[in-house]
Design a protein. Sequence first.
Length: 546
Amino acid sequence: MAVLAGARAQHYEVGTNLKGAGTAAAWTLLLPRLDLRAVLVVGSVSRAERAALGSLADRVVVIERDVDAEDLLRTSGEEYDMSIDLVRLGRGGTALIERTPRLRQLVESRLADGASTFVEWRGTTPDPRDVGVAAANDLVLRPPLGPARLIAPIGLASVASRLPGARKALTPAARAGRWRVRADRLLNRVLGSSPLERWSARQARLVTRDGGAGPPAWVAGIAAEAGMDIGASGWVLLAPGDYATQKVLLVLLDPGGDRPRTIVKISANVAHRGRLRAETEALTRLASLEAAAGRIPVVEFAGEHAGREVVGERWIAGRPFEAVASVAADSPQYTAASGWLASLATATVRQRDAGDVGAALRDLFDRFSAVAPLPSGELGALAGHVRTIEAHDGTVPTVFQHGDPGTWNLVLDDADRVVFLDWEAAEPDGVPLWDLFHLQRSFGALSAQRDGLRGIDAGLRHLAAPSPLQDRFAAEIGEQARAIGLAPGLVAPLFFTCWMHRALKEVTRRTPATLGRAPYLRFLRAMLARRSEPAVQHLLGGEGSR
């Protein structure tokens, strides 16, 4: 396997993964299947939702006004000779169907076996005419405005609100325009904390012919292939992500209870399904590693449907690391986290030709230099670090790399063990020390934030300036380098290329106008500017920082 195969397979282009591009129609993942032939939209829906429906179906027909209905009825021959898998009743849609009986007859005559209908309304008491069915799956949606980010059966609404991650799902998704975001947040705060909440309640009804109220049939089918029956499980759908790369979470509850038992991750965007495939493969490979027991999620089932990757993992009951960890230099929680990364590195280390590692970093540097707004002097310093690795006389170790072991991806389970979540960026043939550098920066920033520092200053506090925590970081770097057989002179080149790679990943989430203010890019530049200072020399062992 190639070094950094996952990172090198990515496409790095400015502005291709901007904030606000999260799931616009998360409810569609509750359909019995996602490979639809035709969708009929009656009434008005947002442009984003229409695009989401278009990504599911071969064909989407929209009837917003009476004139559209008249056109359809006049030309209801071959052009509209389709088998409808989904009817989406948007704003004004039910009224349009009620006053056009021939349209209702036409739609009902074209419904496919297993077809679904979805309608949403506001208020606590639906008008039966608005849904037009006798049996259905009644849902609660949150937040009150914007794309739904939390969806649950009405009877599980209170359970849903208590789940980890629900708080973020209850806030509006980010959108272009600062004032629009602020207005949405204000309205959601008012509507969610006043007598207006009753009026603002969002409900929906999803009806599927021969369908039940359990988890989506396509997810249940994947679970069944692994010998797991989830048909009787309660469920909650969370879509808190603001980026297209983020996943949607389907939390499965104990049958007849309200305790989570499985978390199902679903790639919200087909273009980014490789991320969950990487997680599944990483967790499957690590499952046989003795050191991984109790420190990583357990895969219960995995598969693919309509281009989306799915992985079901056993629920980990625990507390967020950032909420409970001590941030002192002798923090037992940090000791457990960094110690486990060291164990993972020593258990998976392989010695590779320096040219293989150098080629991987040269590839990333070439792509970084093509998009990063750095002065020639800073790019030259990075190029020098890459050349140092390329020219190394001997081997360079590679290790199994988590890829994103920030403190936000750690929890303490009920046994107070640190568990590493979210292995979407895993690298089976990864670069040594990169995971440790990530953990140190995030933990150092967490410590600095509790002292009142923010932004880039928090990230630099314990890496670029003397402190007891920096002393610990320096000792850990040296110990792990020796344990895996890494030459001391390669520590600094790996440190700076680590943040180069992180800044490269970041360009997809920035526009050309904001790229220069990207946090990791600013952090990289700040560390390059300080690379000859005694504190940075101390951190990196005093060799190769220049």
